[in-house]
Design a protein around this ligand. Structure first.
Ligand code: SAH
Length: 259
């Protein structure tokens, strides 16, 4: 695994040893549950002011695997999707688990233009924001994020993952201005969390990548909410299958540079 240096910023990652602790972060409980069941992880919660965050952990081969989900919103009884919750969950998970790798896993909208199809599973070749438009000098690129990502060429081949740019924003629907950004970044998939997780991970010196399964196609006119629900189960199955294989590789003992 290499660290992509697509923005020429020195990474803060200093750890060179084996990957022994891994966090997989999901926004939605339905996305996380199959993995928690498969690896028989045990739930634990935090005795602090963030009781909605749901944690599970267990030993898988050589690694300690932690799963964190954003939990349910107490007022609206929906999963707490989006960047604010992603930032908080990533920060807390890194504090608790001290991971050598954090994976933001979940579903995403895909771009047909980039060859995406329903239930394809992507690994991030780059992670950007598309709804942080700040046309003001260096703030423009600051807004775009363009975070360094851990990139695993051997794993891409061995597990047959697609690879592409993950673009994050806080809306499920899209505005014309978003399409400008997608063209600029050559986005393959669009989600609501990856860039927030990547930013926290970068700040904390933890390698980060995103694994996203396609539930809907952004550049095909549709009711995105309906299509999302129709394909959620198929995409979640594909996501769990690929994640299980990734965890299988990590569980055998791996270093970042060998992935
Ligand atoms: N309709 C869904 C809401 C899901 S919100 C429900 O009722 O449960 C969308 C979640 O899936 C976010 O966590 C986001 O990361 C991901 N996602 C899937 N498709 C997306 C798309 N087209 N655009 C943005 N996020 C998407």
């Amino acid at each position: 695994m290499n660290l992509s240096t697509n923005n020429n910023i020195e990474t803060r990652i200093t750890y060179q040893g084996p990957i022994e602790r891994v966090v997989v972060q999901f926004a939605m409980r339905a996305e996380a549950e199959p993995l928690i069941e498969k690896f028989e992880l045990s739930f634990y919660s935090l005795v602090d002011r963030l009781p909605h965050l749901l944690f599970a952990k267990g030993k898988v081969g050589n690694i300690e695997l932690h799963v964190v989900t954003h939990g349910t919103d107490a007022r609206y009884e929906v999963d707490r999707v989006g960047t604010e919750n992603a930032t908080l969950a990533a920060f807390k998970a890194i504090e608790i688990a001290q991971p050598h790798l954090i994976i933001n896993a979940g579903t995403a909208g895909g771009f047909k233009l980039q060859g995406a199809a329903i239930a394809d599973v992507y690994i991030s070749s780059g992670i950007v924001f598309h709804d942080h438009r700040i046309p003001l000098g260096a703030y423009r690129e600051y807004g775009n994020g363009n975070f360094p990502v851990a990139y695993a060429p051997h794993m891409i081949d061995a597990i047959s993952l697609k690879s592409g740019v993950v673009s994050t924003g806080n809306s499920l629907d899209v505005l014309p201005a978003d399409f400008e950004q997608f063209r600029h970044s050559k986005a393959a998939v669009k989600d609501m969390e990856a860039a927030a997780v990547a930013q926290v991970a970068f700040d904390q010196g933890v390698p980060c990548l995103a694994i996203k399964a396609v539930t809907d196609l952004v550049d095909e006119p549709c009711n995105v909410g309906e299509i999302f629900l129709k394909n959620l189960s198929q995409a979640s199955t594909a996501l769990t299958e690929k994640l299980s294989r990734i965890i299988g590789v990590l569980a055998q003992g791996a270093r970042l540079e060998s992935l």
